[in-house]
Design a protein around this ligand. Sequence first.
Ligand SMILES: N[C@@H](CCC(=O)N[C@@H](CS)C(=O)NCC(=O)O)C(=O)O
Length: 206
Amino acid sequence: MLKLYGFPLSNYFNMVKIVLIEKGVDYEHVTVMPSQESGYLSKSPMGKVPCIETEQGFLSETSVIMDYLEDATGRPSFLPSDPFEKARVRELIKEMELYIELPARTCYPETFFGGKVSDEVKETAKANLEKGIACLGRNAKFSPYVAGDELTYADFFFMYSVNLAGSVAGRLWSLDLLAVLPAAQTLLKQLNDRESAKQVAADQKQ
Ligand SMILES: N[C@@H](CCC(=O)N[C@@H](CS)C(=O)NCC(=O)O)C(=O)O
């Protein structure tokens, strides 16, 4: 059986977990924290979570795991069959990761973990986040889903990444990051209403 390594407070872990739930794939959860110990680095080369263990070996990097699950498991599919539309989904995921998730992440220590982040880092993060959200606004469709009328991996990435970026902006700068994207707010609510999302949220709460 496929094993999913990670912990329920990790947003990346939850992106993979919701895909497994939505696809009805049986899996075993192995609770691990990110680690630089050699035992874990042999599974996840950067020591990050999540990673998965398949019959052939380990895989890490969330978007890569999503692609693997798409190819290795049955329906439902969360990628369009048309090559261009498929690439568009991957483009949206890459943009969300590079230009929203990663800038927001530089402020996670102060936002979520009681730490302190320098004003310089915060200013850079704020400027980059605003650019990243503008990029999403230009490139995503939100009609109603991120890439158009079908639920795709971009939605699973969006719901667990952009929501935390929103928390960063709200807590650090009293800024409503999604104010400029009302359709994104509607979609976030809609995605969070899915049974799979409720299960992820319940496990997170525990
Ligand atoms: N690019 C990785 C990022 C995963 C990631 O950053 N996970 C966090 C937990 S949410 C982590 O392991 N952080 C520990 C670290 O960066 O060393 C992916 O797509 O899976």
